[in-house]
Design a protein around this ligand. Sequence first.
Ligand code: ADP
Length: 248
Amino acid sequence: MSEDIILQASGLTKEFKGFVAVSNVDLTVRRGTIHALIGPNGAGKTTCFNLLTKFLQPTGGVIRYNGQDITAMQPADIARLGLVRSFQISAVFPKMSALENVRIALQRRRGDSFDFWRSEKVLAGLNHEAAALLEDVGLTDFSATLAGELPYGRKRALEIATTLALDPEMLLLDEPMAGMTQEDIDRISSLIRRISANRTIFMVEHNLSVVASLSDRITVLARGEVLAEGDYATVSKDSRVIDAYIGV
Ligand code: ADP
C-alpha cells in the first residue's frame, strides 16, 4: 500500500439478513486530505461509516489503516492506532462544564489514574491544554458553561474538541453539519479546514455546498455501491450521480 494512503477498504460488504446495504465497496483515503462520502438517502453511507470505525462488523472485505489489517479489530483498539470517530466516546457530560469535558477526554488519552489527579501541577497542565483545545474550536467564551446548556452548534464543536483531545491522526465525522444554522456551518467548516492542516478527515455529509467547499475527494454511494469518485467538479457532472440524486 502506498505511503500516502491512510485508509483503504477493499470489497467492503455488509449484509443484513439477506439485504445488502453495502456491496463490494472499494474506498481509498489519502493522507492529509478531506474525503467526503455522499449519496442519496438509503445509499449505505451510515453503514459504511460504521464499518470503517468497526461499530459494525463487515460481512465481507478488508479494511487497512496505515497498511495494517484492522478488519477484525474493536473500535477502542482502532482509536488507539489514531483512527478516531467523533462522538464515539460520547464524552459530552451535560452536567459538566465545557472545560471539564475536554479535560476528562485528555485524561482518557493519558490513561490517568485517580492518584494522578491529586497533583495540582498536573491538573493545572491539563486545564491549560483543555483551554487551548477550546480556543481551537472557538469555545473560549463557553469554557465555564455546562455542556448541556450549550447551543446545538457549540455542543457539536465541543464534541469535536473532546475528539481532538485524543490526538487522532485521522478523524471520521458523521454529518458534522446536521441540524446547524448557517452561522454554525461556517464556523465548523473553518474548524474542519484548520484541523485538516495536520490530520486526515473523512466525513459523511448531506450538505453538498459544504462538501463542495471542503472536500479534496468525494466518493458517491448509491444502493450500497460506489457510483463515482473524484473531486467535486468531476462527480457533480457525472450523469450517474445526477440520476441517483434525482431518482430519489
Ligand atoms: P444512508 O446513511 O446512506 O442513508 P444507511 O447506511 O443508513 O444509508 O442504510 C442503507 C440501507 O441499509 C437502508 O436501506 C437501510 O434500511 C438498511 N439498513 C441499515 N441498517 C440496517 C439494519 N441494522 N438492519 C437492516 N437494514 C439496515
